[in-house]
Write a protein that binds this ligand. Structure first.
Ligand code: GLY
Length: 374
């Protein structure tokens, strides 16, 4: 992987900033930075793993014990969520991969392994065997039935299942991950390489009913963070299965993503917006996709790798140079201009903790770390 001077410079600034913000944020769960201050969420919110995950990425090189302690405290705070049936959804993979699996991979901590295996079992429990999908959310309000919903983001929860199969020797977890992956291939990816956010199935028969717009502009638009989950999620599916169909799908969604990037390589929040709708950037989509593109580059022949590696590096470099806010003492976030949920008017044009996490993961990959938490 390229050894680029700007990466070392960015990494050093990230370290200084995290040294400061870790003392302010502590063992809590930031999500979006509003007026320079990270707003905290409850531990059950899907973003809970990103702050401790980011601390583990920095700790891996710095060995700063204070960061390790905060990441461990976050993991312990998540314990009460494991028994809260109503709050647990498909995002368990995001939450415990970046806390328990990360700690187990870095330190061999048995308690973390136990936690992550317990959660992998709970995640398997959301599998609908008729429709071959992992159910997404629980009802958002009394009487709602969303038991037939599956979403593109869930690809990133599958590595927890592959990890569980690897450490237990029991292939069931991987079987479920692959079944869900096949459903994504046959139902979520359009011919042009763009993806749907939500597909609704009949939970009884398993038949596909419709596509739903979700966090994108419309059912047939192209939400860029959804596209970035597909870029990284499918590259990971190929890494874990070595099945060519996932490699081809990862290439297809990556080509769509790269072809739709604006001049500065940081995506708008949706790639298919009608005139009149503000094209806010979503820096988090850029950071996520960059990690996926770098992983893809590592898994194809060198002649093919160039297109993915170049795009991944250009996105990260633009995030650093044009969106990074690494030396501003009045801003908790690392990169500006994330868009969390445009249709609901939530957290638009602000730093987002998952944008920060994947930006730092991307830098750590460019620094030479090939071993992933995922
Ligand atoms: N997983 C939800 C999102 O990407 O906002």
């Amino acid at each position: 992987m390229n050894n680029l001077e700007w990466v070392d410079e960015a990494w050093s600034k990230v370290n200084s900033k995290i040294d400061r913000t870790s003392k302010k944020i502590g063992a809590n769960f930031p999500h979006a930075s509003v007026n320079g201050t990270y707003q905290l969420e409850e531990p059950f919110w899907w973003t809970a793993g990103f702050w401790p995950g980011l601390l583990w990425l920095v700790y891996r090189d710095s060995k700063d014990e204070s960061l390790k302690k905060i990441a461990e405290q976050c993991e312990e705070k998540l314990d009460k969520v494991i028994t809260d049936y109503y709050r647990l959804d498909h995002d368990m993979g995001f939450m415990w991969t970046l806390t328990s699996v990360a700690r187990y991979k870095l330190l061999g901590e048995e308690d973390s392994k136990r936690r992550a295996l317990l959660v992998a079992n709970l995640l398997m429990g959301r599998f609908n065997a008729q429709g071959n999908y992992i159910r997404a959310w629980n009802p958002w309000h009394e009487g709602e039935d969303n038991s037939g919903w599956a979403i593109i983001d869930c690809l990133m929860n599958l590595p927890l299942l592959f990890w569980a199969s690897e450490v237990t020797g029991d292939p069931r977890y991987g079987h479920v991950a692959k079944k869900h992956g096949e459903t994504v291939l046959s139902n979520f990816i359009r011919k042009d390489g763009s993806v749907h956010h939500i597909i609704r199935f009949d939970p009884e028969s398993g038949e596909r009913i419709e596509a739903i717009g979700g966090q994108g502009f419309a059912p047939e638009s192209a939400w860029s963070r959804g596209a970035s989950w597909a870029v990284y999620g499918l590259s990971l599916l190929y890494k874990h299965t070595k099945e060519d169909k996932y490699l081809q799908a990862a290439k297809s969604v990556s080509h769509f993503f790269i072809a739709n990037l604006p001049e500065d390589y940081v995506p708008h929040w949706d790639f298919r917006l009608p005139e009149g709708v503000t094209k806010y950037r979503d820096s988090s989509a850029g950071a996520i996709a960059a990690c996926g593109l770098l992983l893809l580059a590592n898994q194809v022949a060198p002649t093919e790798a160039e297109i993915y590696e170049n795009a991944g590096v250009k996105i990260l470099k633009s995030l650093y140079e044009n969106y990074g806010d690494l030396e501003n003492p009045n801003q908790d976030g690392l990169i500006l201009s994330g868009t969390s949920h445009y249709p609901e008017g939530k957290n638009i044009d602000v730093p987002l903790i998952y944008g920060d996490y994947y930006f730092v993961e991307g830098l750590s990959i460019l620094k030479g770390h090939e071993e992933l938490f995922w």
